[in-house]
Design a protein around this ligand. Structure first.
Ligand code: UD1
Length: 420
């Protein structure tokens, strides 16, 4: 099993390109199931989660051609199976994103229930309640969601999410595009990835208003056609590299970024002492060799501070000057990285959903284990700030969400290598 060996102690310094967003690519690739003619999706990152979804589409009989620089051409007219099997869904929870499109276009789907994961229970009850409200008949048996519309089109409805859910909003948004009549989604997620998905659907002929706000109105159309769409920059990858540069007292320039999707994160980095300058698609951060100041954060749905950046800020606070609190409100069990960083000398106390971080001047390298995607990224940051060598085990988590991670960190002057 691959591990990452990192020798810490050097400030990062350099320039890299931001990849396309994983969390946009997954719903957008799933949305091509809605279109009657082929679509071409560009700026797709080469990640395990993306190849898992492509594998799932392929197993359903969808024709997928991966071109140069991950331009993916998808023709769903060859589909012959409407099943997402357990062995694929358990590898990648976001496989649930095929449910809405399959039910809306083909009137049937059999999708494995995703089950729990390392960061909490993560139910999909709202996806199912929303589709039921649109007229789908849904039964859960033997670990599978069986959905059918009995040959009819879904029907538009008003649906209020009682929890803000990103993939739940995406599933119902996709389903609503082909429903009969108007669907109003209230308390919808407002993430930039929802806006990106909506733009792709609009390019396919969908009628959508309000994406990016908490009320999305969709006027259903009888059919959608293929489109060409470029995926938005990955704001979490961007935030991860910025955080790494800040934690090491370094300097970084990021190209092909979308700073307008990162307000909450950039504000916290400025509070930590970073100088930041942006253009429409670049971000420069300079810590001028200084140790970061401790910053308290509280995670919440967009536009607030993202839960997917919580672990990386734990790493920054571990070596910061002062004491901070990190409050996790989105997932119930997202502090596994804290226990690993304690093994590197971090001074953390967990109290329920809060971590109290007392910054120490230096961490020390240790063997550690990655438990989920963002936890892995935070351990890389901690390792870059540590004296000596850190060996991060179970690094397959990081390949789910960070494209060319060693190459990018090497370009920033880090000492990092993959070992078998
Ligand atoms: C998405 C992101 C993930 C991010 C998360 C929160 C993708 C592929 N993944 O995950 O990176 O960490 O948003 O920003 O985009 N919930 C329910 N019932 C439901 C659905 C969700 O109770 O039917 C709860 C969850 O348990 C959780 C909260 O809602 O506490 C938010 O989860 P959700 O936004 O759905 O996360 P994902 O869409 O799975």
């Amino acid at each position: 099993m691959d591990k990452l060996l990192i020798t810490g102690g050097r400030p990062l310094d350099g320039e890299i390109r931001v990849s396309g967003a994983k969390n946009s690519s997954l719903p957008i690739l799933a949305s091509t199931l809605l279109a009657e003619t082929p679509s071409v999706i560009g700026n797709v990152p080469h990640l395990h989660d993306v190849t898992s979804l492509i594998e799932l589409l392929g197993r359903m009989g969808v024709e997928v051609v991966i071109g140069d620089r991950m331009r993916v051409e998808i023709n769903s007219s060859t589909i012959k199976d409407f099943t997402a099997p357990y062995e694929l869904v358990k590898k990648m929870r976001a496989s649930i994103l095929v449910l809405g499109p399959l039910v809306a276009r083909f009137g049937q789907a059999i999708v494995s229930l995703p089950g729990g994961c390392a960061i909490g229970s993560r139910p999909v009850d709202l996806h199912l309640r929303g589709l039921t409200a649109m007229g789908a008949d849904i039964e859960v048996k033997n670990g599978y969601i069986h959905a059918t519309t009995h040959g009819k089109r879904l029907k538009g409805c008003r649906f209020v999410f009682d929890v803000v859910t990103v993939t739940g909003t995406e599933n119902l948004l996709m389903a609503a595009t082909l429903a009969e009549g108007t669907t109003i989604l209230e308390n919808a997620a407002r993430e930039p990835e929802i806006v990106d998905l909506a733009e792709c659907l609009i390019a396919m002929g969908a009628q959508i208003e309000g994406a990016g706000t908490d009320k999305i109105v969709v006027r259903g159309v009888p059919a959608l056609h293929g489109c060409v769409h470029e995926v938005i920059a990955d704001r979490i990858e961007t935030g991860t590299y910025l955080c790494a540069a800040a934690a090491t007292g370094g300097r970084i320039r990021l190209r092909d970024a979308r700073p307008d999707t990162l307000d909450a994160v950039l504000d916290k980095l400025v509070e930590a002492g970073a100088s930041i300058s942006t253009t429409a698609d670049t971000i420069e951060l300079d810590m001028k060799g200084n140790r970061p100041k401790a910053v308290s954060v509280r995670t919440a749905p967009y536009p607030a501070f993202p839960t997917d950046m919580q672990a990386q800020f734990c790493a920054l606070n571990a070596v910061a000057e002062g004491t901070s609190t990190i409050i996790e409100t989105v997932f119930e069990n997202r502090f596994m990285h804290v226990l690993e960083m304690q093994r590197m000398g971090a001074d953390f106390t967990i109290e329920g959903h809060t971590v109290v971080c007392r910054g120490v001047p230096k961490l020390s390298g240790a063997p550690v284990m990655a438990t989920d995607l963002r936890a892995s990224a935070s351990l890389v940051i901690a390792a870059l700030c540590a004296d000596g060598d850190t060996l991060i085990d179970r690094i397959y988590h990081i390949d789910r969400g960070y494209e060319c991670i060693e190459e990018k960190f090497l370009a920033l002057g880090a000492q990092i290598r993959r070992v078998g």
